[in-house]
Design a binder for this molecule. Structure first.
Ligand code: C2E
Ligand code: MG
Ligand code: MG
Ligand code: MG
Length: 272
């Protein structure tokens, strides 16, 4: 499918002068080629259990090894990829490698888990759950140790059918979380319309943990989540005092530079 997309990108580029088609982003063309060469890989950020203080899992975050010594962050290519089906290949490349790495870590530390980012575009793809099942089975990973983070800045095109797919994934044993909760398209009302297993509170709330309003808002989110039986992860914890506050407010898990930035897989071994 990468080949098809590449062909499509080029044919659009060739017709550009004739029609008034929008210009093709050269990054998209490069990325399609990079995906084919296996240049898109996951790095990992530890997720800490706020009760035990232990690292219990990791989030897989895409990195593009574009050239020797060059590692591009998602800001360079994820927004570009999200404008086409290229994002499907990015997600899948990250997911396949993350499942393989997870199988290795679980041999040392049973129960360790991984979260991976899933563009809402997948939910509209015919056969997506089959692809997911095949990826997990290939690595020998139990769906129960996989969390899929729904990450999108816009609402899925067809909410009703997206919901059916989310229900199907949960029925297969995968956990589904809303990413960047409280920003973008996720609102409190979505929790009722779109059943998930957990929320990741957006980093912007961690920044406000020192203020009265910030704490009141996070407490309200934690309380709503608790009543709905959802787990709560807070992102972007950078200081010891944010960590204390998040724990006192009842968040279950946290990630942030306080513990570690995203790192290559080999650097996760010490946490495992
Ligand atoms: P995200 O899924 O919300 O991931 C968290 C981002 O916050 C990561 O940025 C991480 O490095 C950063 N972060 C973590 N802790 C801290 C902190 O304490 N302070 C600050 N300032 N930042 C922190 P990253 O790796 O650059 O990823 C950015 C976004 O790109 C992700 O946000 C996600 O939306 C998207 N993304 C990454 N990988 C994938 C992927 O495989 N597929 C898709 N569809 N999107 C991805
Ligand atoms: Mg995420
Ligand atoms: Mg997030
Ligand atoms: Mg995000």
């Amino acid at each position: 499918s990468v080949l098809l997309e590449l062909a499509e990108l080029w044919s659009v580029a060739l017709c550009r002068d004739l029609a008034d088609a929008p210009p093709v982003d050269p990054v998209a063309v490069d990325l399609a080629r990079g995906l084919q060469r296996g240049e898109v890989v996951p790095w990992y950020q530890p997720v800490v259990d706020l009760v035990s203080g232990q690292v219990v899992g990791v989030e897989a975050l895409a990195r593009w090894r574009r050239a020797p010594g060059v590692v591009e962050p998602p800001s360079v290519f994820v927004p570009v990829a999200e404008r086409s089906d290229l994002i499907l290949d990015v997600d899948l490349a990250v997911m396949r490698q993350a499942f393989a790495d997870l199988a290795g870590w679980q041999a040392v530390r049973p129960g360790f888990w991984v979260t991976t980012n899933l563009s809402a575009r997948h939910l509209a793809q015919e056969g997506w759950t089959g692809t997911l099942q095949e990826a997990a089975a290939t690595a020998g990973v139990d769906p129960a140790s996989v969390i899929l983070e729904l990450t999108e800045t816009a609402a899925p095109a067809d909410e009703a059918s997206s919901r059916v797919v989310v229900d199907a994934m949960r029925g297969l044993g995968y956990h589904v979380w809303f990413d960047d909760f409280g920003s973008g398209w996720s609102a409190l009302s979505d929790l009722g319309r779109f059943p998930v297993d957990g929320i990741k509170i957006d980093r912007s709330y961690a920044d406000q943990l020192g203020t009265k309003t910030g704490e009141v808002v996070v407490r309200a989110l934690v309380s709503a989540a608790a009543e709905l039986g959802l787990s709560v992860t807070i992102e972007g914890i950078e200081t010891a005092s944010q960590y204390e506050r998040a724990r006192n407010l009842g968040c279950h898990f946290a990630q942030g530079y306080l513990w570690s930035r995203p790192v290559p897989p080999a650097a996760i071994a010490r946490w495992v």
